[in-house]
Ligand binder design. Sequence first.
Ligand SMILES: Cc1cc2nc3c(=O)[nH]c(=O)nc-3n(C[C@H](O)[C@H](O)[C@H](O)COP(=O)(O)OP(=O)(O)OC[C@H]3O[C@@H](n4cnc5c(N)ncnc54)[C@H](O)[C@@H]3O)c2cc1C
Length: 307
Amino acid sequence: MALLDRAIVSALPAVPKPIVRRISQRYIAGEQIEDACRVVKGLNAQRKMATIDVLGEEITTEEEARHIAYAYDDVFRAIDEQALDSNVSVKLTGLGLKLGRDICRRNLERTVRGAAERGNFVRIDMEDSSCTDDTLALYRELREAGLDNLGIVLQARLRRTLDDIAGLADLTPNVRLCKGIYIEPFKIAYHDFDQVRKNFVDALGGLLEGGSYVGIATHDELLLTEGARLVKEAGRARDEYEFQMLLGVREARGDQLIQEGHRLRIYVPYGEEWYAYSLRRLQENPKIAGYIAADTLGRLIPGRNGR
Ligand SMILES: Cc1cc2nc3c(=O)[nH]c(=O)nc-3n(C[C@H](O)[C@H](O)[C@H](O)COP(=O)(O)OP(=O)(O)OC[C@H]3O[C@@H](n4cnc5c(N)ncnc54)[C@H](O)[C@@H]3O)c2cc1C
């Protein structure tokens, strides 16, 4: 399977862009903010919350980083004007992390303050392991500066995650817990599927015990079941945690979570950089290409809904 996934990924650049676009359409709201708002409105109508991500992490100039930070102003304004139930997710590389920590901090702080003025919330996505230390440090700096409308992401794939939970405990962080999309070296990351799952469950237990609000971000059936069991065991009320899923993935299971009484937030990326984003995500983790191929095929074969 891994070989097939890699084969799909290496063939991708040869696939005509319109076809990639059609496939990506399920996972990316579109190019413009209006596209994101339309998608979020539809999700809200299904009682699903959202988090909007402005695409564009491979920026090379300060100007581009500022452009992304400013795009979030428009997002906050649109959320308010249209009364959408959505917060935002940001990537620190998009805000200039690789150009300079100060540039990134400035853009991040501006975005978080902009959100605070409108009573909104910013979550910092976690990128590959070259960004982990800086991301955690910037998160701490801003929280210590009194910006509480800020959350972070931790990745169960990383061996360090339980230590990071302990290290952040004094902040009672609002955490999105996910497996982690980036394939990392064995030295710092679990490669075994069941070990990643076990670390996820351990991390979730630790976060709940520490009083953190947790976004349980997974489509993995075992983790969805375990997550629901753990929040119940911890006596969490409905508004003291949430499940999170990616746009277009396991929608029927998301509906079911809502019917069961949980809250669900959907990750809604949009932006002109959709093509680069799609290719990069697939190259980072060829397994995703396998999921998408299976899902697309599932939808083409009558009787399978691919969810
Ligand atoms: C809301 C949200 C935010 C995230 N933020 C981050 C982040 O900041 N940093 C980070 O490193 N990772 C992030 N991720 C990605 C995450 O780390 C995983 O790579 C991804 O969720 C797949 O892992 P899984 O737990 O769903 O389990 P898996 O075992 O990988 O997937 C379970 C099942 O879900 C389906 N599936 C999963 N992903 C897809 C897909 N893309 N397309 C089609 N079907 C799919 C497949 O049917 C698969 O069998 C996020 C995920 C979510 C849901």
